[in-house]
Ligand binder design. Structure first.
Ligand code: CO
Length: 544
């Protein structure tokens, strides 16, 4: 989940002006010149070493014909098309009842479900061959369709990610992961590793003055850190993230409803992490922002957006154990013309992860990310674009039950943020690339919300708002949530109350963040832990 720079901190700058700035900046450090030299040419055919190309899954299907959503909406590809005509949300805050955006009545829900089922049916019909997709659910109207990988070997038609090896070997008294069950996999992570000795992330030594940096009391501080953060818990969350995404990468295909993708992913997440109140579960809504929508979009109930062959979709989801959050994301695309764009973000995030370390200035991480991201230029639909880092999106520190714990990790240079990363801290390193302006603003109907972490007691007048706040406290506390999760708990007609909680400052809405229409945005993200002795890329998998 991305952290945004507050709009007042940075004015949207006209593109031309910004280019001028960049050139001027380059003058002092010569960075721009170096960048130019490094510009890579678009390679149309997949490069050797890129996963999933040729050898892995089936050949990408031809562009999906305009599907199901086409007749429901004007433009099927963009999430904007999904915004309910009677629920348009101008300011990003929950619509009040008077605007017709009130929670769906039972009968409307029924109609929505029937429509969704019809959309699903059509979507299934458009699947090219449909060979790797089997509907094991296929239940009554409105029931989520379950996709399962019927091959034992992992395969994916999603481009740009490396193939997975087998699921990790369980502990002697643990069970191996198994395909099946309602959501595709059946064995929770802690049943694979009953003692809690879960696989580590990728451990990377600090470069430079590693060792010399450690002071005599370093060992003591390390012990202290061992108490303050449970490595076992955060690694359990990370292993869960890996297994959920590995499975989902084998089932996500053009033609699927975004709602079905999210619900299968989330229910699989719940299963593998053994969801239990606030002690273990999903850390925030499944972001699946498409094309020019960069972040914070997930379908609201009844949404009929269908994933298209030509879409660029950022799957950003989180898992937590005892509030220890893993936040990691990758970009789903099927069309080879997006390979290089996605690579830009993948490599930029890699550079950010590499630059991160104890006593490293946040602004230096930002500079490292931008340097790599903007060394790319891409050709899409016959037009060449420089890839831009989205300058008002950031990585962030993570605290217990706090996805944005106070430190922002920029993805461009030039900020005066000389704040440093510190030992023991957990960071989400995420970068966003764009073929548009490289600047996002809030737009579309809001789905993501989160209680403000430090909010004190605020008196509430509306009984319904009080009740909704109790519900939020019990189910999400300070973790982010979405409207679908309130709906699935059976709450109804809560949008006015939700708007009230936003208005008084208890809850913060996080509307979708979009670049200009027609642009494409990409994202990669890892969660890293700055251990005293080494950096651990907790969410690292075979895929990215
Ligand atoms: Co994040």
């Amino acid at each position: 989940m991305a952290d945004t720079t507050k709009p007042e901190e940075e004015e949207p700058i006209d593109e031309d002006v910004e280019d001028g700035d960049a050139a001027a900046e380059g003058g002092e450090g010569g960075a721009a010149a170096a960048k130019k030299k490094k510009k890579k040419k678009k390679k149309v055919k997949g490069e050797a070493g890129e996963a999933g190309e040729g050898t892995e899954g089936p050949t990408p299907p031809p562009p999906a014909p305009p599907t199901s959503a086409a007749d429901d909406k004007d433009g099927a590809a963009a999430p904007s098309a999904a915004a309910d005509e009677d629920d348009a949300d101008a300011d990003g805050v929950a619509e009040g009842g008077e605007a017709g955006g009130e929670a769906m009545s039972a009968s409307k829900k029924k109609r929505e479900k029937a429509k969704a089922a019809a959309a699903r049916k059509k979507a299934a019909a458009t699947e090219a061959g449909g060979e790797a997709v089997a509907a094991t659910g296929g239940g009554p109207a409105g029931k989520v369709k379950i996709y399962s990988a019927n091959e034992t070997q992992w395969s994916s038609i999603i481009r740009g990610i490396q193939p997975w090896g087998p699921y990790p070997t369980p502990e002697p008294d643990g069970q191996p992961q198994q395909h099946g069950g309602e959501w595709g996999l059946t064995i929770p992570v802690l049943q694979q590793f009953p003692s809690g000795n879960v696989p580590h992330g990728m451990e990377v030594p600090y470069h430079g003055d590693d060792g010399r940096r450690r002071t005599s009391d370093a060992e003591l501080r390390e012990l202290e850190r061992l108490h303050s953060i449970s490595y076992s818990e955060i690694r359990t969350a990370a292993e869960c993230h890996r297994q959920v995404r590995k499975h989902m990468q084998s089932v996500i295909k053009p033609g699927m409803l975004m709602t079905d993708i999210c619900e299968q992913l989330e229910n699989l997440n719940r299963t593998l992490v053994q969801e239990n109140g606030l002690q273990a579960g999903i850390a925030f809504p499944t972001g699946c922002s498409i094309n020019h929508v960069a972040a914070h979009w997930t379908p609201n109930s009844g949404d009929k957006t269908v994933l298209q062959y030509g879409d660029v979709c950022k799957i950003d989801f989180g898992t937590h154990v005892n509030g220890r959050i893993i936040d990691s994301a990758w970009t789903v695309h099927f069309d080879p013309q997006f390979d290089l764009l996605a690579e830009a973000a993948r490599e930029s995030t890699k550079a950010g992860v590499a630059a991160a370390g104890i006593d490293v200035r946040l602004c230096d991480v930002g500079a490292a990310c931008q340097e790599v991201m903007e060394s790319y230029e891409v050709e899409i639909n016959g037009k060449t674009y420089p890839v831009k880092s989205i300058r008002n999106l950031n990585g962030h520190s993570i605290g217990p039950y706090q996805i944005h714990a106070g430190k922002s990790v920029p993805i461009v240079k030039g900020g005066e943020n000389s704040t440093k990363m510190e030992e023991g801290e957990l960071f989400a390193i995420e970068t966003f690339g764009s073929t548009g302006k490289g600047y996002v603003k809030e737009d579309l109907e809001c789905s993501h919300y989160m209680k403000n972490f430090d909010v004190g007691h605020i008196p509430l007048r509306l009984p319904k708002a009080k009740q909704l706040l109790q519900f939020i406290n019990k189910n999400f506390d300070t973790l982010a949530f979405c409207r679908r999760w309130i709906d699935r708990a059976g709450e109804e007609k809560y949008l006015l109350a939700l708007r009230n909680l936003c208005d008084v400052g208890i809850v913060q809405p996080y509307p979708p963040l979009v670049d200009i229409k027609g642009s494409y945005t990409v994202q990669y993200e890892h969660t890293i832990l700055l251990r005293p002795t080494q950096k651990e890329i907790l969410s690292k998998g075979d895929d990215y």
